[in-house]
Write a protein that binds this ligand. Structure first.
Ligand SMILES: *Cc1c(COP(=O)(O)O)cnc(C)c1O
Length: 398
């Protein structure tokens, strides 16, 4: 079937919640994607920071194929080896102690919120605890995750949202302090705001929030769904700040393409929060997705992915900085490693830039605040950065 027919079929049968780009993607190889017409695209979006290993990695694919033939799913009523191994690897790498696997990032956020609420409830028996979240944050689309998402456009039609949530300004410690009271049970934030426009937390801010949490016995929940899994050059972005969360959420690149997320906590939080019967999932962390997670951690270690990201991330950073100095339309450049953003003046809609880039065979996505977002597969090489910059230069307004 031709692309045109397929796109029409999609609009006749699928709920229109996305204004999709007019391409039908067919297959991928390395850091390139191909559409049904055979056109090749350099992928600097990685399925929204998911495909850290790119496409068609033989070792990864083989691990998944083997698991399909062995055991796909059993439910969480029984033990299975791949899930246990995946949990152990997450704990080893993060230094956190207990993992709960989910099917998505949103569900990881839901679980983290439930754990924080139960922890506070176990302490004082009250149910009126408050959570502090950040303006311009993004934590997902379910009602609980929306409740801590600081974007009025996403929230408003669905209010009232569950729980008492107050919003502070990211990187403004005083605005957080002003919201703390004896009812506050947790502070939730992304270590680097992704959707909101690629805004890294300052060291001062993250350390300050951690101290505040310790002082008032509140839990720090760090959302590493987009910025985690090696993207900054550390396995988890917080590891470079020397600030350890009480609960961390993961998803996106955790399984490099299979739907899996996790919320991960310290032993102390685990002991004081969710008990048998408090939380569950039918699919979450089944043997198939767990085999993927487990293999992803092995590959990251074997191929020294974080070291590669440090090198190539520095190169991307330099090239984008250079681009900024050459083009007046670029207002700011922010990011770390392979999560970078270019902010444009309001007279230059980034949607048009990404659409033009797509026409020339470059996949780039946008983020809030008129930002062009760069979250490529972590296995890109210099030549891919160069290729991307060449295409981008050709489509940027002079
Ligand atoms: C994508 C994302 C989510 C939501 O994850 P889904 O898998 O889409 O539910 C939550 N937090 C952050 C920071 C994200 O980037």
């Amino acid at each position: 079937m031709g692309a045109e027919i397929l796109m029409n079929e999609a609009e006749s049968h699928m709920l229109h919640t996305y204004n999709r780009y007019p391409v039908v993607l067919d297959h991928g190889e390395g850091v390139y994607l191909y559409d049904t017409e055979g056109k090749k695209y350099l992928d600097f979006a990685a399925g929204i920071a998911v495909q850290a290993l790119g496409y068609g990695d033989a070792e990864y694919n083989q691990a998944l194929k083997a698991q399909i033939d062995k055991l796909l799913h059993t439910s969480n009523l029984y033990y299975n080896q791949p899930t246990i191994e995946a949990a152990k690897k997450i704990c080893d790498v993060s230094g956190l102690d207990r993992v709960f696997f989910t099917n998505s990032g949103t569900e990881a956020i839901e679980g983290a919120i439930k754990a924080a609420k139960k922890y506070a409830y176990t302490k004082d028996g009250c149910t009126d605890h408050e959570i502090i979240a950040m303006n311009h944050s993004f934590h997902g689309r379910s009602l609980g995750a929306l409740a801590v998402t600081g974007n009025a456009h996403y929230r408003e039609p669905f209010e009232p949202l569950p729980g008492i949530v107050k919003f502070a300004d990211y990187n403004d410690l005083d605005s957080v302090k002003a919201l703390v009271n004896e009812k506050t049970c947790a502070i939730i934030m992304e270590t680097i705001q992704g959707e909101g426009g690629i805004l890294p937390a300052t060291e001062e801010f993250l350390r300050g929030v951690k101290e505040l949490c310790q002082k008032h016995d509140m839990l720090l929940i760090l959302d590493e769904i987009q910025c985690g899994m090696g993207r900054t050059g550390a396995m988890f972005a917080w590891q470079e700040y020397g600030v350890k969360p009480d609960i961390m959420t993961c998803a996106k690149a955790l399984g490099c393409g299979v739907p899996v997320g996790a919320f991960v906590m310290t032993k102390k939080v685990a002991q004081g929060s969710l008990k048998p019967g408090d939380h569950g999932t039918t699919y979450g962390g089944n043997p198939f997705v767990a085999a993927a997670v487990s293999k992803v951690f092995d590959i990251f270690e074997e191929r020294k992915i974080t070291e590669h990201v440090k090198k190539i991330g520095t190169y991307l950073d330099e090239q984008l900085e250079q681009l900024k100095s050459e083009f007046d339309c670029i207002a700011a450049h922010r990011g770390k490693g392979l999560i970078q953003g270019l902010e444009f003046g309001s007279n230059v809609p980034v949607g048009e830039i990404s659409a033009k880039a797509l026409e020339r065979g470059l996949i780039l996505i946008t983020a809030g605040g008129n930002v062009l977002r760069f979250v490529p597969p972590l296995v890109i090489e210099k030549e891919h950065v160069d290729e991307m910059i060449q295409i981008l230069k050709a489509v940027l307004p002079k």
